[in-house]
Design a protein around this ligand. Structure first.
Ligand SMILES: *Cc1c(COP(=O)(O)O)cnc(C)c1O
Length: 438
């Protein structure tokens, strides 16, 4: 399998190069040259396969010959090394709970796969890679955890001071070892700006071997297909009709992986892109005009994205056929007030605890189902409610207990380095750290 750059189709690379580089020339995203199809028998008989085997089948064509089968089997089994249950919320709706991994968010899946691949690719190189990432909360923890104690890889994460939840901050700052957390006295947008600047700085790129760990990296994007198939395996035991699949979306990597799975043969009645007030895609689906916007801060902060990077991959999958895309995907934009009302309602009526991201998905799905009676489906539960205690407690007036795994983490010491949103400070840190390593 080869990947081409969506901005310059003459740039063609293999999986290893795409995973190490993160993105192509002119910041173009890499895209697979063809979409490998599953045969009907495999889909019909999913229940006969182990989760590890399904995960292996999902990934093998995409990594091609850059990773041997034995190693890939090991990597995928580590990637899905936690429970991913499809839980019933009510008669019409289920939740695919993707939050039982080490940092309690779905990003653990992509971050784990990417970190195992990079560590494998770098194990025979005698240089170190620095993974640089900005986070608004969940990415940082998942990436830090995924790369923790990985040989030849240093991780530097920038996060906005006072703007991530307490749990999220501990997940970033308490690990130490090869993980450095830079606490930026500013907003997430500034963190992202600093990271972008570092990637385009000549001195940094000639001294350090930098790579990015955000969701445009194919090694983070592609493994997200796996759990759509694991969901289908469970769905078929419960329901006859094909599911409507509703994905709480920000940068659109997750839903794009679901649509990719669908193009490979995953039966799905329909997809719903559930957004908060950052409604670039729902608006596009109404007007056919794609316009980036200023980011609006909401309760579902991991979806506060005004210019969703992965949406272009969805356009490419549909070959830019607007009608076909419109027939398969609906978009909804849900505000904070409605999000809190939904958390309260679902907790009281269905005794199911949502957090802001999954509540956005629930609300969008509910609207779709009321417009399309008789259908059923599942939402993707992308984070554990304990990561967003303020919103959850505000809506339900209940306090939520920390899971055991978090209790010990919360007792650990926070280790971060405070910097101003000033590129010179970041640059000094990166170059100094590199010196120390040599
Ligand atoms: C990142 C994130 C999302 C959005 O996923 P995208 O792939 O960026 O669309 C949704 N929910 C949670 C909890 C997240 O952390």
């Amino acid at each position: 399998m080869k990947y081409y750059n969506l901005k310059d189709k003459t740039e063609v690379v293999d999986f290893k190069t795409a995973a190490i580089k993160g993105q192509g020339k002119e910041k173009g995203l890499f895209f697979p040259e063809f979409i490998p199809q599953f045969d009907k028998d495999f889909i019909e008989n999913l229940y006969q396969y182990s989760d590890e085997e399904i995960a292996f089948q999902c990934m093998k064509d995409f990594v091609g010959d850059t990773i041997s089968s034995d190693v890939l089997k090991q990597i995928v089994s580590e990637t899905i090394h936690f429970e991913i249950p499809l839980k019933r919320i009510n008669e019409q709706m289920y939740s695919l709970e993707l939050f039982h991994g080490p940092t309690l968010a779905f990003k653990d899946v992509g971050a784990k796969f990417m970190s195992r691949c990079l560590s494998y690719f770098m194990s025979n190189e005698n240089k170190k890679v620095t993974v640089l990432a900005a986070t608004s909360g969940d990415t940082g923890g998942a990436v830090a955890h995924g790369f923790y104690k990985t040989k030849n890889i240093n991780v530097v994460i920038l996060y906005p001071k006072n703007r991530v939840s307490e749990v999220q901050e501990k997940q970033l700052t308490a690990l130490g070892e090869n993980i450095s957390a830079l606490e930026v006295d500013s907003s997430f947008d500034d963190c992202q700006r600093l990271v972008k600047q570092a990637f385009s700085d000549d001195e940094i790129s000639s001294t350090l071997f930098l790579t990015s760990a955000n969701s445009i990296n194919v090694a983070r994007w592609l493994p997200q297909q796996i759990y759509y198939f694991l969901a289908l395996k469970q769905w078929k035991k419960l329901e006859k009709e094909n599911p409507v699949i509703c994905v709480p979306s920000g940068n659109f990597g997750n839903i794009c992986a679901g649509i990719l799975a669908h193009f490979r043969g995953l039966p799905a009645e329909h997809f719903i892109a559930a957004c908060n007030e950052n409604d670039v895609v729902p608006q596009y689906l109404r007007t056919q005009k794609l316009e980036a916007k200023e980011t609006i801060a909401t309760l579902s902060n991991a979806m506060d994205v005004g210019n969703p990077s992965n949406f272009i991959r969805i356009l490419e999958l549909f070959n830019y056929e607007f009608k076909q895309l419109r027939n398969k995907i609906s978009g909804y934009s849900i505000d904070d007030k409605k999000t809190l009302e939904t958390i309260k309602k679902v907790y009281e009526k269905d005794h199911y605890l949502l957090e802001p991201h999954s509540a956005v998905a629930y609300t969008a799905m509910e609207q779709y189902l009321s417009e399309n009676p008789g259908k059923k489906g599942f939402i993707l539960g992308t984070a554990h409610p304990v990561k967003f205690p303020d919103a959850v407690e505000k809506a339900t007036h209940e306090t939520i207990d920390l899971p055991e795994s978090l209790e010990s983490l919360m007792k650990k010491e926070k280790k971060s380095i405070e910097i101003q949103p000033d590129f010179a400070e970041l640059k000094r840190f990166l170059l100094y750290k590199n010196q120390q390593e040599l």
